[in-house]
Design a protein around this ligand. Structure first.
Ligand code: PLP
Length: 388
């Protein structure tokens, strides 16, 4: 057992492998240091083979959502449903398109978009001929949303589904990769995600033509070049959203250890669960009890029942911080953000309660047993102190 930590213990840190460094060195050695290059090609191939559909390497998950919204035809003034309980990056791209978010509550079972609320909402909107242009689903902390129900509802009303799978690479929904079930999906390689390129993202879609479009838009949308002189012609609006060959090298190496990283994070979660078994008032984020579903446990999350545990969730977060351990509340819902004041919110009780009572604990795949024991000991003691 560690008496005290010399350095701060963070929530989720990068966990590199040697392969990443090798691919980056190759990029330097061969001067493939611009946007395109062999690492990007190899990464797209490897990722595509894993998830089972075309993949486009891009600069971030946020950029991917922006491209995805445009692919499904979202334009200025359109409405897009998105769960309130998520990171701001799930909602902000809606505004980049000049569209309007409609926030919706999550359910207790998955902590993700509530299919029942969605069903009622779309029924009401269909009756007045005001269906939203798209629905964004988030797989929060690595937990797949209840996609069968959500897809069935959205197909009934012909509303396209975009999946924000930024937090769920390595998870499974009925045997498939969350992110590949809707029209478009995105993954993130931000520094604190399951695997990282320091930054970066990936757009996936079953439609090869859409992948081609996303690839074109992500590189300033240059038209074909009939004169053969690179006389750039643009007929569409583009962005600088493509992934660089150096970042792709890091991500490519990380892909080779993805399964190991998922299993390590799941083991971290299992150790917390075992340690908290006899601690009153701590409940883990549930795992969908369906055939072929796997929570990636990107973050280990628990709810803190103040009455039973003896301390509030925020009190516990502050106590851990005093002992050099980073933890965080479950995302602050978008409908409570000053940025999104005045936007429509459907329900809200679940998201609000999860933000007040939910805690995300250190979850890195590189977390040592000793470090985790230190965190566990702090939490168990904190609960006991107040209970006696
Ligand atoms: C990290 C994250 C994103 C954004 O990904 P970036 O690659 O950082 O742009 C989007 N949505 C969710 C839910 C995330 O956690």
């Amino acid at each position: 057992m560690i008496d005290r930590l010399k350095e701060r213990l963070y929530l989720s840190v990068p966990h590199m492998s040697e392969a990443s460094l090798r691919y980056v060195e190759e990029a330097f050695a061969t001067n493939w240091l611009s946007t395109v290059g062999p690492n990007l090609v190899a990464l797209e191939e490897a990722a595509s083979a894993l998830v089972g559909c075309p993949v486009v390497g891009i600069s971030s998950g946020t950029a991917g959502l922006h491209l995805g919204l445009r692919l499904v035809g979202v334009e200025a003034g359109d409405e897009v449903v998105t769960p309130s309980l998520s990171f701001a990056a799930s909602a902000n791209p809606i505004r980049y398109q000049g569209a309007v978010p409609v926030f919706m509550d999550s359910d207790w079972r998955s902590w993700n978009l509530d299919p029942n609320l969605l069903s009622e909402f779309l029924k009401k909107r269909a009756a007045v001929n005001r269906l939203p242009k798209a629905v964004i689903v988030v797989h929060l902390f690595g937990q797949p949303a209840r996609m069968a129900a959500i897809l069935e509802i959205c197909q009934r009303y012909e509303v396209p589904v975009i999946e924000d799978a930024a937090e769920s690479l390595g998870a499974r929904y009925r045997g498939a990769h969350p992110g590949t079930l809707g029209e478009v999906g995105i993954f993130s390689f931000n520094g604190n995600k399951m695997i990282t390129g320091t930054t970066g993202g990936m757009l996936v879609t079953k439609r090869e033509a859409w992948a081609e479009k996303a690839r074109k838009w992500s590189q300033q949308a240059v038209d074909p070049d009939p004169e053969g002189v690179k006389n750039y012609v643009h007929s569409e609006l583009g962005y600088n959203y493509r992934m660089s060959n150096v970042i792709a090298g890091i991500v490519r190496g990380q892909f080779e250890v993805l399964e190991e990283r998922v299993l390590a994070r799941r083991a971290v979660f299992d150790r917390y669960v075992a340690a908290f078994e006899d601690v009153p008032g701590l409940e883990p984020q549930p795992e969908l009890e369906e055939e072929g579903c796997r929570h990636s446990r990107w973050l280990s999350c628990f709810t803190v029942d103040e009455e039973a545990f003896g301390r509030s969730c925020y009190d516990l977060i502050r106590l851990l911080a005093e002992h050099n351990v980073e933890s965080r509340p479950v995302w602050r819902p978008m409908h409570l953000q000053p940025l999104y004041e005045g936007f429509e919110m459907v329900g809200g009780e679940v998201a609000e309660r999860l933000n007040r009572t939910g805690i995300c604990l250190p979850s890195s795949s590189s977390l040592t047993q000793e470090e985790q024991d230190y965190v566990i000991d702090l939490i168990v003691t904190a609960g006991k102190e107040r209970n006696h």
